[in-house]
Design a protein around this ligand. Structure first.
Ligand SMILES: [Zn+2]
Length: 490
């Protein structure tokens, strides 16, 4: 009896150890549910500026948890901040927005700062991170680019191609910090095109990873292996939330990039790219994924549980592929130069920045005609037996146009109209927000379909519109009227 008790005790102890070893300790799913507590409300879309971050840095400094230094100035003299927290032995450096218009991870970092400085039921986890890690953050490395919502800095240098020459002050700041603190891990945080898919599939590449190579031979060493293991851990966590929407980048070596250079300097460097997700134009869901994936990664670095990941599994992550269009219309019969033929139309939305760089509109145009293979659309329609029909032009006074509502605009679309011309005034060119119909100052509109041409047409059955494509947005006319993000004035 005594012996039996002894063995069952051993068994229970082993079971518990096993659970801890197999990831039991890494289940942070409660944090996914509690994310709202930590989300930084001052950052609510993609377009915040350096001046929006300054008061947040000041608030963080008051919390007493962070040491906040000004690491240097951007080309236009904006301060680049370096935050430090934690008292552990393992050093981790995370930097975001070296490309000024890639803001998702900066938002997630501020959410993470709120998590770190809180005092609540998650103290055990945050103390574990602060005890084991010395965390360094450089959020918004490129504040001048952010100011104009553009990729490059004020000198038109791509900071992530400047790791070798270091001509930009922002690149020098990052290199100086890395050389000074000599981190064990680096997180290089970016956004990528929303048109990337995970492999050749309909799945968006919502998060893409890379453990950059440190030489042209793409060799693996212990440093790069660690980066790969942390990626695999994040992949496991993300697959549960959004199956098959994780991809990996091509690992061709480029010594101009920081990731490749840092990996060669002995910093296990991980690139995280935030891509697209259906119905998430401001990438707020992807921000939450960033928060959760980063916390999971740091937790595993703190307890070294990432070391259990088998690097062979990396092969199973599909490559980033450009297989997506904003809208894909399949099997459209069109007439062009006297020929009638069946084609597919791939339509994309190009961003048009607002004059204050605090928002964007979209301009939809046809990016592909012809046969397509294994490509998909965020929105899709099969024209099947429908006919391509150019939209008509309706003449109204400016006042009459102003008085239209969504229902009356849809009614005009049902009658075959896609353009309004004002009879008594010149209408503005460019984006027209919260409308359904385009504006034009021409007396006639082109019905031509062509590469790089604006995407405005109807798909009709017995002369009745079933779908309308307006400024590249797909409108399903059997569904309730809803204004589009923006139409266009020509
Ligand atoms: Zn980038």
């Amino acid at each position: 009896m005594m012996k039996h008790f002894f063995w069952s005790k051993i068994f229970l102890t082993l079971l518990l150890l096993c659970l801890i070893q197999t990831g039991f300790s890494q289940d942070l799913s409660f944090l996914w549910d509690q994310y709202g507590i930590y989300r930084e409300p001052a950052l609510k879309d993609r377009f915040f500026k350096h001046s929006d971050l300054v008061p947040l840095f000041q608030k963080l400094e008051k919390s007493g948890l962070f040491k906040i230094e000004i690491a240097g100035g951007s080309a236009q003299g904006r301060s680049v901040y370096h935050l430090t927290a934690g008292r552990g032995k393992i050093k981790v450096l995370l930097w975001s927005q070296m490309h000024g218009d890639e803001t998702t991870a900066t938002r997630a970092l501020f959410d993470f700062f709120n998590f770190l400085k809180a005092n609540d039921k998650n103290d055990e986890l945050r103390n574990k991170l602060l005890d084991q890690l010395e965390l360094h953050f450089v959020p918004m490395l490129n504040p001048d680019g952010a100011e104009m919502f553009k990729r490059r800095n004020a000198l038109d240098i791509d900071i992530n191609r400047d790791a070798r020459m270091l001509v930009s002050p922002e690149a020098r700041i990052l290199m100086d910090i890395a050389k000074k603190i000599k981190p064990d891990f680096g997180f290089n945080l970016h956004d990528q095109s929303t048109l990337y898919s995970a492999g050749r599939s309909k799945n968006t590449a919502t998060i893409s990873f890379l453990d950059p190579a440190f030489n042209y031979a793409k060799d693996m060493d212990d440093v790069r292996k660690k980066a790969r293991q942390v990626i695999l851990l994040m992949n496991n966590v993300l697959q549960k939330l959004m199956p098959d929407k994780v991809a990996k980048y091509n690992d061709d070596y480029d010594p101009r990039c920081f990731g490749d250079t840092f990996q060669g300097m002995g910093i296990a460097t991980i690139l995280i790219e935030s891509g697209g997700y259906p119905g998430d134009p401001e990438k707020e869901y992807i921000r939450k994924l960033n928060f959760y994936a980063l916390l999971s990664a740091l937790n595993s670095i703190a307890d070294q549980s990432y070391l259990k990941e088998d690097v062979v599994q990396y092969e199973k992550i599909p490559e980033n592929n450009r297989s997506l269009y904003n809208v894909l219309i399949r099997n459209v019969k069109i007439t062009k130069q006297g020929s009638v033929f069946l084609t597919n139309l791939g339509i994309n939305h190009t961003q048009v920045k607002d004059s204050d760089y605090r928002g964007v509109s979209y301009q939809g145009s046809i990016d592909e005609l012809g046969d397509v293979e294994r490509v998909y659309g965020y929105d899709e329609a099969d024209a099947g037996d429908l006919n391509y029909t150019p939209g008509k032009l309706k003449i109204l006074t400016k006042k009459e146009w102003e008085n239209l509502n969504a229902e009356s605009e849809v009614q005009l679309i049902r009658e075959g109209y896609l353009f309004i011309k004002w009879s008594d005034a010149k209408s503005p060119a460019g984006p027209v927000k919260n409308r359904l119909l385009n504006l034009t100052n021409s007396t006639s509109v082109s019905g031509q379909v062509g590469l790089n041409q604006a995407a405005n047409f109807l798909l009709t059955k017995q002369d009745k519109p079933v779908f309308a494509i307006i400024n590249g947005f797909l409108l399903k006319l059997d569904q309730p009227a809803k204004v589009l993000h923006n139409t266009f004035g020509y």
